[in-house]
Ligand binder design. Sequence first.
Ligand code: TMP
Ligand code: ASP
Length: 236
Amino acid sequence: MGKREQLYEGKAKKVFATGSADYVIVSYKDDATAFDGTKKGRISGKGVVNNRMSNFLMSLLEKAGIPTHFVEELSEREALVRRVSIVPLEVIVRNISAGSFAKRFGVEEGIVFDRPTIEFSYKNDELHDPMINEYHALALGLATEDEIETIKSMAFKINDILKEYFLGLGIKLVDFKLEFGRTSDGEIVLADEISPDTCRFWDAKTNEKLDKDRFRRDLGGVEEAYSEMMRRVFGK
Ligand code: TMP
Ligand code: ASP
């Protein structure tokens, strides 16, 4: 392949153009940030784990009827995906209290909810991704009412599928963040990634954290946690 035009560089991924306006290439980096980019580091091998796991999970979701941006794995770190315009909402689903939920509402981590919760953050670095509700999103013109309904029902369906899948691997899916995109014909599809960067995974027996919280909280064993998740999913 010739020299590719880089369209975008984010904190954890780069996006390159292809010969087609409908597709882009995502390249996963080992760079890790937390707390709005104020904590910076590197997690060796993370790009490979996140690319492979995300591609695998998106394929699993496609089979279950969820439309996603994923097209094809190109290499260890790269995937071909449909070009979308990202809906500027971070969609967070929670099954168990942790992280900002525990902090905001003053409860301990580990409370298992009777029903999953959903919340939105406005994807805006300058404003530090504030939490917003559906009415705010509508008022700001971030998405239409129909799009928000589609996003919510897809997010809960994704949760049902992934929760069951990970439980089969001895993993509790505590919470996760999704992003959605609009294709050129206006279809809402799951985009971004699903990985230990964007999910909280706890071992079902020991509650050991097997995700990016090990980096965020300086718990050590960061690379090992990503490798362990790779082993659970791919068996090696
Ligand atoms: P939180 O408890 O910090 O709000 O995080 C909820 C979930 O969202 C957790 O699985 C980590 C993920 N997440 C991201 O993917 N990106 C982010 O920028 C943040 C803050 C959280
Ligand atoms: N990656 C995000 C940031 O740097 C936060 C996180 O995942 O904790 O803002």
